[in-house]
Ligand binder design. Structure first.
Ligand code: ADP
Length: 199
């Protein structure tokens, strides 16, 4: 298996680039944000809890998030070529958990793509997305909280993965396909992942 984390601030384009990654490399996409929003739509117990945190721009507690991921890996990801983790990990505890969840399944994490986008651009993108899609947490107040949470709890993971040598920085501003080309080049160089179709 080839397992990749796509890492970046809210609004950095993780979802957009994940879609291209699964298409290009035949990997399985796990977006924890999407999983939680699906629970909210279905009105499950997890959804009710998740909504309390998401609507305030806070993270879902680690223990719950890790348990959900463990279950999804069993239910959906076994037998796949690999997984793109989008929106997970978001804390050091989650990064440690991801390691043991993968190890338990006899596999490993092969690369962490860090989408780097200036903060004013992030805010603009999320405001636009909120207008276009009505996503409930893309409102000015919640965006502010999410960025604060990102800086406090998630950004330390950049150093965590840099120290392990798995962090691949990618400039996340600009044209979607050009950003993807940079991602693909980084994955080829650092993780030995070849594109299905050559350019
Ligand atoms: P974005 O990266 O734009 O914030 P996501 O869809 O990845 O969008 O996440 C939306 C929200 O879902 C987060 O603000 C958080 O409340 C919750 N969430 C998603 N992934 C996690 C996670 N790994 N740990 C805790 N909370 C999470």
């Amino acid at each position: 298996m080839k397992n990749i984390v796509i890492f970046g601030a809210p609004g950095s384009g993780k979802g957009t680039q994940s879609a291209k990654l699964i298409d290009e490399y035949g990997l399985y996409h796990i977006s924890t944000g999407e999983l939680l929003r699906e629970h909210i739509r279905r009105g499950t117990e997890i959804g009710l809890t998740a909504n309390e945190f998401i609507s305030r721009g806070q993270l879902i507690p680690d223990e719950l998030m890790i348990r959900i991921l463990d279950e999804v890996l069993d239910a959906e990801a076994s037998g796949k070529k690999g997984v793109v983790f989008d929106g997970f990990p978001r804390t050091v505890a989650q990064a440690d958990a991801l390691k043991s969840l993968l190890r338990k399944r006899g596999t490993d994490l092969h690369a962490v793509i860090g989408l780097e986008v200036p903060e004013d651009e992030l805010v603009e993108r999320m405001i636009n997305r909120g207008r276009e899609t009505g996503r409930a947490d893309d409102t000015p107040e919640t965006i502010k909280n999410r960025l604060q949470v990102y800086h406090q709890q998630t950004l330390p993971l950049k150093e965590y993965y840099q120290a392990e040598g798995s962090y691949i920085p990618v400039n996340g501003s600009g044209v979607v396909d050009e950003i993807f080309n940079d991602i693909a080049a980084g994955l080829a160089e650092k993780a030995g992942l070849e594109r299905r179709r050559k350019l």
